[in-house]
Design a protein around this ligand. Sequence first.
Ligand SMILES: Nc1ncnc2c1ncn2[C@@H]1O[C@H](COP(=O)(O)OP(=O)(O)OP(=O)(O)O)[C@@H](O)[C@H]1O
Ligand SMILES: [Zn+2]
Length: 777
Amino acid sequence: MRFASVVLDIPTRALDAAFDYAVPDEVRAQAEGDGVGCSGGLIGCTVLVPFSHRQVVGYVVATFDEAPAGIDPARILPIARILASSAFDEPSARVARWIAREYSCPLCEAIRPFLAPGQTVKVRRADDSSPWELVCEKSGPVDERWVSLTESAADFEPRANASKQRAVLGALSQGTVRMAELSAMLPGCSATVAALQKRGVVSVERRRHVRGGEGTTLSSATASRPEHLTKGQVGALEAVAAACAAARGDVVVVDGVTGSGKTEVYLEAIERVRKSGKSALVLVPEISLTAQTVGRFRSRFGDDVAILHSRLSAGERFDQWDLARRGEAHVVVGARSALFAPLRDLGLVIIDEEHEASYKQDSAPRYHAREVAARIARERGCALVLGSATPSLESLERCRAKSWGGVSWTRACMPERPGSARLPKVRVVDMTEQFALGRKHMFSKPLADALQGVAERREKAVLLLNRRGFANFLMCRECGAVPECPHCSTSLTYHERTHTLVCHSCDRSWAIGTPGAPMRCPVCGSPYLGAYGIGTQQVETTLADELAGKGVTIVRMDADTTRGKGEHQRRLEEFDAAECAVLVGTQMIAKGLDFPQVTLVGVINADTTLKMPDFRAAERTYDLLEQVAGRAGRGERPGEVIIQTYWASHPAIQAVAAHDRDLFMSSELEERRDGNYPPYSRLANVLCWGRNESEVRRVLDGVASTLRARIEGRRGWEVLGPADCLKSRVKDRFRRHILVKAPVGEELGALLDACVREQDKPRGVNVAVDVDAYDMM
Ligand SMILES: Nc1ncnc2c1ncn2[C@@H]1O[C@H](COP(=O)(O)OP(=O)(O)OP(=O)(O)O)[C@@H](O)[C@H]1O
Ligand SMILES: [Zn+2]
C-alpha cells in the first residue's frame, strides 16, 4: 500500500477522475491500526491532499504497491493526513463509480452517500483573501455508556484522600447515570470511574439508544411467529433461498396481495441469512418507517437491528450507522439512503413496496434504490428481494423476461391472505350518476350508508382523499383566475383553518381576508372566489356532521397534522386505541398499515391522479387504490371498499374493482409500447434552470442540438423538446427541459453527461440530468 487513488471532493464535471498520491508510513500505520474502519485499510478513508497549491478533501477509492506506469514515483505528492476512518470498502467504491456513470453525476457526489452521517469534512474559506480552513461537521458518537454501582459497592470504603472516588460514588448512589452527565458533573472523572470499575465497585454498560421501536401502544407493532406459513410464503422463501445460494445477485419479486404476509417472509428470510452468519438490509418507504414496521423487526431481532431514516438527529444517525460498521448490528432497517449502510458480509437486501416512487432520489445523485440495490447484490453476491402488492411494471417486465442485467429475476406469487382473511369486496360508485340523481354531497349514498354501518357495528373505517394533482385551489367564478405564487408557476393551495394561500413549491404563504369576511379575487376583486377540490379538513368536518352523536372517533392524518415529532405515531395509536373510529387522510395512510378491525375503506376521489400529466399516472392511481383497498378486511371480519370516481370506466379503476391486475396491465402496457415509454425504453429528463430566461433557453438549445447530432440514425432514440417545464418557474428561476428516450440497456447517463459537459454554461445557469426520471414536472 504505497500509493492511493483519491477522488477529490470538488463537484465539477471536469475534475471527475481519481488522482494518484503517495502513502506516507505514518498514514498507512494509522489506517491499518484503525479498528473501526470499513475496509481494514486506507480505502474508504477521508483524506486531506495537496492539489494545485491548496489542500483538498478527498476519498481513497483504491490502493496499490507499484507506482502508476509512466510516472516518476518521486514526483507523486503524499497524502497529508487522514480526516475520517474508512466508511466504505472496495466493492462499495465500485458501486459508487457505477452510480456516477449510470446517473451522470460527479464521482465525489456518488461517494458522499457512503460516508458516515454527519461526519462530512470540507475545506472552506470565508472569502478570496482569507486562508483555507477545515470545517468538520462532526457529530461524533453519542456517549451511551451508563455507570452504576455494583453489589460490592456497599462494602467498599474509599481511602480518606480519595475525594474524587467519593464524589463519583455519591453521584451514583441515587441510581444509574449516563457517563456524559457524570463527566459534566465531575469533570475529569473518567479515570476515577475506570479505577472503580477495575475494583468491581461500579459497572459501565453500553446501552443502545435506539429510537422508533420503543414506547408504542400499537397492537400490531410486534410480529408474533405464525403457527404455519401459508403456501405462498413457503414458495417465496424457497425462491429466496435459491437466490441466496446462487450468490450472484439474483432477484426475487415477492408479488403478494395486500395482507398476504410479506413481512413474515422478510423476517423468516433474514433469520435464515443470520443463521449463516451474514447480515441483511431492509428498505421501506420513509413514510412507512413507523413504530409498527420497526417494532416488527425489533420484536424478532432485538438489538441486532439498526434503524436509519431522515427524522433521526445527525448524532443518532451516526450511532445507528456505526452499529453496522462495527458489526454490532447485523440487520439494518431504513429508508432509501440506508442502502449505503456499511454492513459487513451482506447476504440479503430487501426492498418493501418496491413500486414506490420515493425510492428515486430527486437530488444528486439521482439514483433509484432498486437499481443500486441490484448492483450491490451483484457486487457482493447476495440476493435481492423486491416485495409489493403492486410491483412496478419495470420489475414485472424483467421477471417476464426471466433474466435482466446478467442475473435471474423470479416472481414468487402470494395470491391469498393467511387464515380466514379474504380480500375485500370493491364497489365503484360513478359520481356523475350520483350528481344526476341530485346528490351533490362529498359522500355518495353508498359511502354515507356504509359509514353509518361502521358506526352501528362499532368497527373502523379508513377514508382516503387523493390529494396529488391540482386539488384544493381557489378559482374566481367571475373571471376564472386562479391565484398563483408570484415566484413560482404554482397554483396556491387554500388552507381553510388558517385562511391562507400556500405555495407548495417555495412554502411562502399569504393571509387572505379575516375569518368570516369574504375573500376577494386578486385579479378582478370579485367576492365570488370558490374553493375547488376539497381538503382533508373539509372531509373531517363533513364526516363529523354525518356521524354526530354516534360516538365515533375521527382521526385526521395529512402533512399538516403530522408535522410535529411523533405526531404520525400518536395519531395511529389514537386510531388503534379507539373503539370505533374513522381515519381520514392523504396518500400517507394508504400503505403498510395493518389494523385488523378496519372493515370499510372509502376513496373520496379516485381519479384526480389519473389526470396528471405523467406517463405513470395510471400506474400510480392503480397502485394507490389497490394499496388502500388492502387496508380493509385484514382480520376476521370481511372488508368492503367503496371507490368514488368520475371515471368509472378507466382500466385502473376497473382492475382494482375486480382484483384483476391483468385488466390494467394489458391496456397500460399497450399504451407504453405505443408511446415508447418504460418499461420498453429508458427515459431521462434534462432540466435547465436559472434567473435569466434567454440564457436558460440558449444553454438547453445547445444541449439538445449536440444530443440530436450524436444520436442521429440510432434506432429507438428520441429527443423531445426543449420545452418549458410544467412548473415553468420555481423560486424565480425559469425552468425548461428535454425528455430523452433510449432503448432499454443503453448507457443513457454517460451520453447525456458528455453532451452537457460540452456546453458552455454561464454562472447562474444549472443543468441537471435525471436518468430514469420519475418527476418530470
Ligand atoms: N402464516 C401466517 N399465518 C397467520 N397470520 C399471518 C401469517 N403471516 C402473516 N400473518 C399476519 O397477517 C397480517 C398481514 O401481514 P403483513 O402486514 O405482513 O402483510 P403484507 O403482505 O405486508 O401486506 P401489505 O402489502 O398490505 O402491507 C399480519 O397481521 C401478520 O401478522
Ligand atoms: Zn412559490
